[in-house]
Design a protein around this ligand. Structure first.
Ligand SMILES: [Zn+2]
Length: 306
């Protein structure tokens, strides 16, 4: 049966072409591996561009510049990748976060292209699980036409995260630089009101997927631990968000954390656990596909990518 192309199809195609021309694709858009009976694909949503002044507002600039330069990183801005984890088993096709969508940054919001590249239809997604409500994790919920990108999915979020963004005073309390984050989260979470299932950290949110409390980056940020025999794999979200800084200087306050002191305590505890248990990790903003391990390195840690 021939399907008649709608205006929406044409716009989508035009957008895809424009993007392909404007932004050269990275050589490897997908990271595929098996974890027991589950098949895991790390999909690229593109990348962010974040000024160093936003990421490190509370540290002496010369100290930060020296650290970044020693790691071969630019000192003016960082361009972290965005890695969305897709987990498939016999029963479900699960996405961990939904990317930035079309309205956050021109370099991000490519998840639907990456899904197409992986041969997965948006309607095949049975479950979406959120780490937190920041734009690059949540705004891909709705497309340019104000419709759900994953129409068949059931959605899950930590209750504390939901309550934080939904509270009446959150917008007023949010610093000026991030007010658009709050407005954007509130608009999208309102759309989820009848579809969302809220959970608590420590619960098994889906079979074999345990929510781990990693608050600090946001008030209700969670990571997800998958177990397979004696192996474990944690989808860390933004609890460890920069491959050098988060591991080697977990004690540094980080500008994208809502509660920097709490985020530091969370990082130290999390790194200790991940290194001790030799867990594999997938980091949302670690170099694509973001998979590796945390290893002890003297008093601190280092990220070892696979
Ligand atoms: Zn975040």
């Amino acid at each position: 049966m021939t399907r008649i192309a709608t205006r929406r199809d044409w716009l989508k195609a035009a957008g895809a072409l424009a993007l392909a021309g404007a932004f050269p694709r990275t050589a490897m858009a997908l990271g595929n591996f098996d974890f027991g009976a589950r098949s895991i694909t790390v999909l690229s949503d593109g990348n962010l561009v974040l000024p160093a002044a936003f990421l490190f507002p509370d540290l002496p600039k010369d100290e930060i510049d020296a650290f970044l330069a020693a790691h071969g990183l630019p000192t003016d801005a960082l361009a972290p990748d965005c890695n969305v984890t897709l987990v498939r088993d016999a029963d479900r096709t699960i996405l961990f976060d939904v990317g930035a969508g079309p309205n956050f940054m021109p370099t991000a919001g490519r998840l639907t292209d990456s899904l197409a590249e992986a041969g997965v239809e948006a309607a095949e997604i049975t479950d979406v699980v959120f780490t937190h409500g920041h734009p690059d994790h949540l705004w891909g919920l709705i497309d340019d036409f104000d419709e759900f990108v994953f129409p068949e999915a059931r959605y899950r979020m930590n209750r504390a995260e939901w309550d934080y963004w939904r509270a009446d005073d959150t917008l007023a309390k949010t610093p000026e630089a991030r007010k658009s984050f709050a407005v954007g989260a509130q608009a999208r979470l309102a759309r989820l009101e009848d579809r969302i299932e809220l959970f608590e950290p420590g619960e098994e949110v889906l079979p074999g997927v345990e929510a781990v409390d990693t608050t600090g980056h946001t008030q209700g940020h969670v990571s997800f631990m998958l177990h397979e025999g004696s192996d474990s794999l944690m989808i860390v979200g933004d609890a460890l968000s920069q491959a050098s800084v988060s591991f080697e200087r977990p004690d540094w306050p980080y500008g994208s954390d809502h509660e920097p002191e709490r985020a530091i305590a969370t990082r130290l505890k999390l790194l200790d656990r991940l290194a001790g248990e030799r867990s594999a990790i997938i980091g949302y903003h670690l170099p694509h596909p973001g998979k590796g391990r945390a290893e002890r390195d003297g008093a601190a840690f280092r990220f070892v990518s696979d």
